[in-house]
Every structure is written in C-alpha cells, then in structure tokens.
Ligand binder design. Structure first.
Ligand code: GUN
Length: 302
C-alpha cells in the first residue's frame, strides 16, 4: 500500500501559469492589450514585501502588465483612496490589490470597499462577499479559498469521490479564508461545519470530516487523531517555528506526518495551498479583463 496523495499545489500552480501565459499570449499576439494588475503596498511590513514581490514576479511571468505602488507608512488614507480612485478609472487596470495589513490608523474596510468591485481581484469587497454568500451573480472569489477548491475538486475526482453530500469541517472563521471556504463548500453541496477557538470537542468534530480544511494560524494544531481515515486534508497554515540548531522551519496548521498516516490525500507545507493563491489572483485578473473586453476565457483547471 502506498501513502496518500500528496496534493501538489506547486505543480498545479505551474500548470495554471502556463495556461494563462498561453491565453495572454494569444490575446496580445492578436493585437489586444495585456491584462493589467496593480498592487498597492503601504508601509514596509517585511512579510508583505515578500508576498508583493512574488505576486509581481508571477504576474509578469505570464505576460500580464504589473504595476506596483509602494507608498510610505506616512501616507494618509485620503491619499490612498485618491490612488484607488485613479486606478478604478484607469481602463488599462483590470485588477487592484491592496496588500494587507494596512498601517495602523487606516481603516481596511473603508479602503477595500473603495475598490471597484469588478476590479477587486482579492474578492474582499462587500459586494463580492455578499454575492458569494447569497449565490447571486458571478463574484470575484477570494484567492486562497478558491485555490483550495480547485485542489479539492481535482483530488476528489481522482479518488472517484464527490464534494456533493460530503461532510466538510473548516477549522478557522476568518473573513479571508474560513468564511469564504464555508460558502464555497456549501455551494458545491457539501455539509459544512465551521469550527473555531470556542468549539467544544473540536477533535471529535474534525474526526467526522470527509474533507478537513485547517486555517487557524496555529502550528500543527490538527493532530493525527483528529483526522478520519481516508479524509482529504487541506492545510492553509504557514507558520514559521523554531527548529533544531537555532534554525526555523515552515509548518502548517496540521501535523503533516500524523495526517499523512490517516488521510487519503493531504497538502504539504510549503508547496500546497501557497502557490495556488497567486494562481487564483492571476485567474481573477484575467476574468476581470475578459469581462471588460468582452472576450471569452475558458480555463481547463477551473
Ligand atoms: N495579506 C495576507 N493575505 C492577503 C491576501 O490574500 N490579500 C491581500 N491583499 N493581503 C493579504
């Protein structure tokens, strides 16, 4: 007997980039403009710097137009809102992303909701959140949960299983991952429970899950005895912990080796969910472009 499927987010991310590159190449080769993504970073949070650098790199790698706005942490909210106004009105900009967290004193809700919802490639605008929650229209979907869904659907297909009718438990109730993950699983017909820090007997609850999604930001919180035999485990966590020899290493919210021994499929950290997030950001930008330009964009992996 072999081990479980190790879900290759890095490999799938590469497939997504290749397909987008071909699509963008076709559009540009036919005389069209390239899709454009504008990324706004306020202040100099080191983790945000890394995320933004990776987003810009992959945007350019698929042939899209990438613009970076780096604003000092002395920027006022009015100045930021002024920039967003300009980007909203710029016909060459299909996607706008404001990297979070914003410096203290700025109201993220006000800032995010100032982005044109049709250009909100993070899917954080209240209109997109509301459309997803109510099943109205065609929202732009938040990138990390959407990346989890793409991996989940492919994995279940290869196992000959269905999302519809399955039992899913999402550990974590954040606006960025937990809540949208709940809505995405629900709309595919799963029976979904959201567990969180106040949930009683969380272990037993998780043990009922055919699909277990961990998004809490607590290193290796989900142990092997929380995992049902044959479950599909999606680990959204990326935590840096102390390792031997004064070094650090990255671990997820799931104890990988223990989950590996029980699951039918599991995402590694790193190389699981992480690379899918930027992939979905590029997909959202292309979708926004396609809507604006009135062109069709069919992507095989969605
Ligand atoms: N900071 C951490 N995650 C995210 C994300 O998905 N989008 C943005 N804009 N900022 C983040």
């Amino acid at each position: 007997m072999g081990g479980p499927i190790v879900i290759d987010g890095k490999g799938l991310g590469d497939v997504i980039d290749e397909e987008l590159k071909t699509w963008v190449g076709g559009v540009v080769g036919g005389g069209g403009r390239a899709p454009g993504l504008s990324v706004v970073l306020v202040g100099n949070d080191p983790a945000s710097e890394v995320y933004v650098r990776n987003k810009v790199r992959r945007t350019k790698a698929v042939g899209m137009e990438s613009k970076e706005y780096r604003l000092p942490d002395t920027t006022t909210q009015e100045e930021l809102l002024g920039l967003l106004d300009d980007l909203n009105g710029d016909p060459g900009v299909d996607g706008i992303l404001v990297q979070l967290p914003l410096p203290e004193g700025m109201d993220s809700e006000v800032v995010i909701n100032a982005i044109d919802p049709a250009k909100d490639v993070d899917g954080f605008h209240l209109l997109n959140v509301g459309m997803l929650g109510t099943g109205t229209g065609v929202p732009l979907l938040p990138c990390t949960p959407n990346g989890c869904m793409v991996m989940l659907k492919r994995t279940l297909a290869s196992l000959g299983r269905k999302l519809e009718g399955s039992r899913a438990v999402v550990v974590g109730r954040s606006n960025i991952v937990g809540k949208p993950m709940f809505n995405l699983l629900l709309r595919e017909g799963a029976t979904v429970t959201v567990a969180h820090s106040k949930t009683k007997d969380i272990e037993s609850l998780c043990r009922e899950a055919d699909i277990l999604v961990a998004a809490v930001g607590r290193p290796e919180m989900v142990r092997g005895d929380w995992v049902k035999e044959g479950a599909v485990v999606i680990d959204v966590g990326i935590n840096r912990i102390e390792a031997e020899g004064g070094k650090t290493r990255l671990v997820g919210d799931v104890h990988y080796e223990e989950a590996y021994a029980k699951a039918a499929a599991v995402t590694p950290v790193p190389g699981g969910v992480g690379p899918m997030t930027i992939g979905m950001l590029l997909v959202n930008t292309v979708r926004s472009y396609a809507g604006r330009e009135g062109v069709e964009c069919r992507l095989s992996f969605l």
